[in-house]
Design a protein around this ligand. Structure first.
Ligand SMILES: [Fe+2]
Ligand SMILES: [Fe+2]
Length: 461
């Protein structure tokens, strides 16, 4: 064991955090398959990531106090604990019993809390972006980056602990300015989760690859990995998130009448719009001495080609092979958000269909895109907790847990409200054999919209 290392059970950690304490591992924690499940520098003050770790079957966690890690109680005092031994051999897992009622209420409460926290974070982030974009417009390009950097760091910590946070953000926008603030935030949140999944997939891929070959070859095999496949460190991820947040700042130097135009753009108007990324973004970054390559590349290339023959992309001269993975992630998040957002001149498209279309268009083109899309599909998860889905028998159901998924129906087959809380149903294979399925032709309602139609017993007091 490393110096200052203690091993402590996941249940004990959950107990500490539940009673208001905080933990930081000080080392990366991986599951048995080599997937990173808890990062060393993330301060955990919420039980959700610990419950996820528990779900992965990890029983003991190393805390290394010398590596920035530690355990603190609700008043910030270090918690003194002894290292714990691994539990004796485990009996075969029994089938999961249904959640007791109090557990269901707690889950509903957690979903509500997350929705509220996400709304609060979103409002602060949009204010900060609004200030920066207004400064850019008023000064012709100057703005104060520090508040943006602080906002992104805060968001990054929040997203790291709540990966479904993006589904709690609004997509119902009317004015152009409001659209730009929301769109920038959504691209930042969606893109950040995709990058996290990209890292997880990368770890799993490298481990599988290395485990499958003799030790003498592993160093050479790591060197031979294509450049585009790389693991991004936390500080790189934070810069990338800032790049996602500011990807469209160049639009502040584009004529509003063109950006607001409802119909198809003329050729010359399209040329003007293109300058937001090909000229203005870089100009603003240079003016503010922000030469960070992540910010620059995202701003410059987020509309570039993802594959050789893709049309209406700019700047046209750059080869898709020279576009880094994180810029490709920005473009996909941008397309997904634009298509699933409601505007004054168009309805929002069903996210299920949008994900399918994006996958269909890009997945066959090359291995890196396939890899990114795999991360993308994992990140946007179609049925987040708190959303509402339609069942094929006509009932509406609340998603309690996206795994399963576990649902609670709250209307009958004719759409009439059910006055009492129903039992949980898990839509597994057996349920499907009984004809109980989600109607995939109907768009799920995101948690923000869903909250407006839920009965009181599915809302936290
Ligand atoms: Fe753009
Ligand atoms: Fe955009």
């Amino acid at each position: 064991m490393a110096d200052g290392e203690i091993r402590i059970s996941i249940d004990k950690l959950i107990e500490i955090v539940q009673s208001g304490g905080k933990i930081r591992t000080g080392v990366d924690v991986f599951n048995k398959q080599g997937r990173l499940i808890l990062e060393r520098d993330v301060l955990v003050a919420d039980v959700a990531p610990l419950l996820r770790v528990k779900k992965f079957g990890v029983e003991l966690i190393s805390i290394v106090s010398g590596g920035n890690g530690g355990l603190w109680d609700e008043s910030g005092q270090p918690v003194v604990v002894k290292t714990e031994a691994a539990p004796a051999s485990k009996p075969a897992p029994a089938p999961k019993p249904p959640l007791p009622v109090s557990e269901i209420d707690r889950r509903i409460h957690d979903i509500e809390e997350l929705r509220r926290a996400a709304a609060e974070k979103a409002s602060l982030a949009k204010k900060s972006l609004k200030n920066a974009l207004n400064q850019i417009q008023e000064t012709g390009g100057n703005f104060d980056f520090e508040p943006i950097d602080d906002t992104v760091r805060d968001l990054f910590g929040f997203i790291s602990q709540n990966e479904t946070a993006f589904s709690y953000l609004t997509r119902e926008i009317f004015s152009y300015d409001q659209y730009l603030y929301n769109h920038s935030l959504n691209v930042c949140v969606i893109g950040t989760v995709v990058m996290k999944k990209f890292n997880e997939n990368f770890n799993a891929m490298v481990n599988n690859h290395l485990n499958s070959m003799p030790t003498s070859l592993t160093a050479a095999a790591t060197k031979a990995m294509p450049q585009a496949f790389k693991y991004f460190q936390d500080d790189e991820l934070q810069d990338i998130s800032a790049g996602f947040f500011m990807h469209d700042m160049g639009k502040m130097l584009v004529e509003k009448s063109i950006l607001n135009k409802k119909g198809r753009l003329s050729k010359s108007e399209f040329e003007v719009v293109k300058t937001h990324s090909t000229i203005n973004g870089i100009k603003i970054l240079e003016k503010n001495h922000l030469i960070n390559p992540y910010l620059c590349k995202i701003s410059h290339y987020h509309h570039a080609r993802l594959f050789e023959d893709e049309e209406r992309c700019y700047p046209a001269e750059i080869s898709p092979l020279d576009i880094p993975a994180y810029v490709k992630v920005c473009k996909l998040a941008d397309i997904f958000d634009a298509m699933t957002s409601k505007r004054c001149y168009k309805e929002a498209l069903n996210p299920v269909g949008v994900v399918a279309d994006i996958f269909h268009k890009y997945a066959q083109k090359d291995t890196l895109l396939q890899f990114i899309l795999h991360a993308f599909v994992r990140a946007v998860g179609i049925y987040p907790s708190g959303s509402v889905v339609s069942l094929i028998n006509g009932q509406l159901a609340y998603v309690l847990d996206s795994e399963g998924p576990a649902l609670i129906a709250f209307t009958d087959a004719d759409g009439r409200p059910l006055t009492a809380k129903q039992d949980i149903m898990v839509l597994d294979k057996k349920a499907a054999e009984r004809g109980l399925k989600i109607d995939r032709r109907k768009a799920p309602m995101d948690p923000v919209q869903a909250h407006k139609i839920l009965p009181d017993y599915l809302k936290s007091p």
